[in-house]
Write a protein that binds this ligand. Structure first.
Ligand SMILES: O=P(O)(O)OC[C@H]1O[C@H](O)[C@H](O)[C@@H](O)[C@@H]1O
Length: 545
């Protein structure tokens, strides 16, 4: 058994979780629950009162956090200790949003200065593109940005750009290509004019198959539109920590924006990987995004655990996974601009905490990261919410909503809010059999039918949710929100004592994919593989079923 599951606090939490009354009762017992179980930080308000918790639950959770040395682990991350032990790397995405003048020293170098230099290079580039002074090969200004990248080099820029659409430069459009499926880039290129298109190749490693292949196809398309080799410098830039490889690939040295190995891919939108965002919303707004995240960093680093928003959220997620058998967690954004956020948090959390051994290699004897999924409200209410209300799985939910809309249109926003709050209420209180029966009282059904239907209309309730509100969706509040989830993910990984910053499972997929590629091309025989893999490879080679 691990030290964690042997600990007294862990076992107290286990016993305590079984004894807690229904949330309805908790609300009846404590009329001030909303006041005491809510908090604000960095432009965000968190209502965590609709959780399966009372004071004792909270104190046990905070005790667990203390005993597992969460505070010193947080400090170790901010201080640049090598907490990604399997890759021997520091984890310093927080340095990307540090303020000019701050000092964070890594291997004798103040990395904040390097970050600031790169931001200055980004600012110059953004001005050149948006002012129209940067010209394409026929002398026209750039109108379209195509960002090519995958994983962390794709989702962050795409989802943040999508979320901040009200701040877009009206003269620019952006497009994102991730998948190696040729359809993805082909369909994008159909819309574009080579003379006015800029490609940003984003790859930390500069070795990811999808990104290299898509960039080569983009280059072929560009050349087939009448451009020549020397024109590439005006239309292709790269963001990478592997500058040598990018130069070798043919990207002009001046067009390479650096990043560093102490930035994990899924934490990289704050680096030059965020260049598409900066182009679309302008550098001032991009800095506001960084500032929002920086505020959350300060909150996370300096606030006592019991008032610390990412700590509270991380502990609740752990509570449900480890003591209530919840295997998934749903993120529901009540804002159309935030519709992509669940996918972003999915990558962030599942790639970070989808692990089975502790830092010293011991097999865990508890659940680690849950499946993260979700979508935008109200759409989900007419689909998968049914399972949230009446299914057999316990699925804790986060509801996220700005109080003000960027598009105040008639009654739309008040209806949106009523749905959001109504859902959290329904999940919490449910509907008892007696209530369902009473609702059927006036109907013409027989008593037998009434009692039978009431069973179907009964809802247990006691389904937990957090509600996160912000005044308005701005670059600053979005920065805080994303950093909140980054740190929430960290909190869980730290308590479980796992490495939240490597991704060996993904690496295996890449290695085997390359091996299969060689066999699909018949360079290598496939007969030594398992019969299923061999059979599938042969079918693909023969191009027939
Ligand atoms: O930026 P790149 O080096 O091309 O990597 C792109 C992606 O590759 C892998 O899939 C990793 O698991 C991701 O974390 C990373 O973001």
């Amino acid at each position: 058994m691990t030290e964690l599951t042997l600990s007294q606090t862990w076992n107290e939490l286990k016993a305590h979780s079984k004894e807690l009354p229904h949330m309805r009762e908790l609300f009846e017992q404590d009329k001030l629950r909303f006041d005491t179980m809510s908090t604000s930080a960095c432009g965000l308000f968190l209502d965590y009162s609709k959780n399966r918790a009372n004071n004792e639950t909270l104190s046990l959770l905070f005790k667990l956090a203390e005993e597992t040395k969460l505070a010193s682990k947080i400090k170790a991350m901010f201080d640049g200790e090598v907490i990604n032990t399997t890759e021997k790397r520091a984890v310093l995405h927080t340095a990307l949003r540090a303020k000019p003048g701050q000092t964070i020293v890594l291997d004798g170098v103040n990395i904040v200065e390097e970050v600031q230099q790169t931001q200055a290079k980004m600012a110059t580039f953004v001005t050149a593109i948006t002012s129209g002074s940067w010209k394409g090969y026929t002398g026209k200004s750039i109108t379209d940005i195509v960002s090519i990248g995958i994983g962390g080099s794709f989702l962050g820029p795409k989802i943040v750009s999508q979320a901040l659409r009200p701040y877009w430069n009206k003269d620019l459009n952006c497009h994102f290509v991730g998948n190696v499926d040729g359809t993805s880039i082909t369909e994008k290129l159909k819309l574009l004019d080579a003379e006015t298109t800029l490609f940003i190749m984003s790859s930390k490693s500069f070795g990811t198959q999808e990104t290299l292949t898509n960039t080569l196809s983009a280059k072929d398309w560009f050349m087939s539109n009448g451009a020549s080799q020397k024109d590439i410098a005006q239309h292709f830039v790269a963001v990478t920590s592997n500058v040598a490889k990018a130069t070798e690939f043919g990207i002009d040295a001046d067009n390479i924006f650096p990043m560093w190995d102490w930035v994990g891919g899924r934490y990289s939108l704050w680096s030059a990987i965020g260049l598409p965002i900066a182009l679309m919303i302008g550098m001032d707004n991009f800095r506001e995004l960084l500032d929002g995240a920086h505020e959350m960093d300060k909150h996370f680093a300096n606030t006592p655990l019991s008032e610390n928003m990412p700590v509270i959220m991380g502990l609740f997620s752990l509570l449900y996974g480890n003591f209530h058998n919840a295997q998934s967690h749903v993120v529901l954004t009540y804002d159309h601009y935030l519709r992509g956020l669940p996918a972003y948090f999915q990558q962030l959390d599942m790639e970070s905490n989808g692990k089975s051994v502790t830092l010293d290699g011991t097999q865990v004897d508890f659940s680690t990261g849950p499946v993260i999924w979700g979508g935008e409200g109200t759409n989900g209410q007419h689909a998968y919410h049914q399972l949230l209300h009446q299914g057999t799985a316990l699925i804790p939910a986060d509801f996220i909503m700005p109080l003000k809309s960027h598009n105040p249109l008639g009654e739309h926003h008040v209806q949106l809010a009523s749905n959001c709050f109504g859902q959290t209420q329904a999940l919490m209180q449910g509907r008892s059999y007696e209530e369902a029966l009473a609702e059927l009282e006036a109907s013409t059904l027989s008593n037998d039918e009434k009692s039978s239907i009431a069973k179907h209309k009964e809802m247990q309730g006691n389904k937990p949710s957090n509600t996160i509100l912000m005044d308005k969706l701005t670059p600053g509040t979005l920065g805080s929100l994303i950093a909140l989830y980054e740190h929430r993910t960290f909190v869980q990984g730290a308590i479980w004592n796992i490495n939240s910053f490597d991704q060996w499972g993904v690496e295996l997929g890449k290695t085997l994919g390359n091996d299969v590629l060689a066999r699909l091309g018949a360079e290598k025989d496939a007969s030594e593989l398992d019969c299923s893999s061999n059979g599938l490879i042969n079918m693909f080679r023969q191009q027939s079923l």
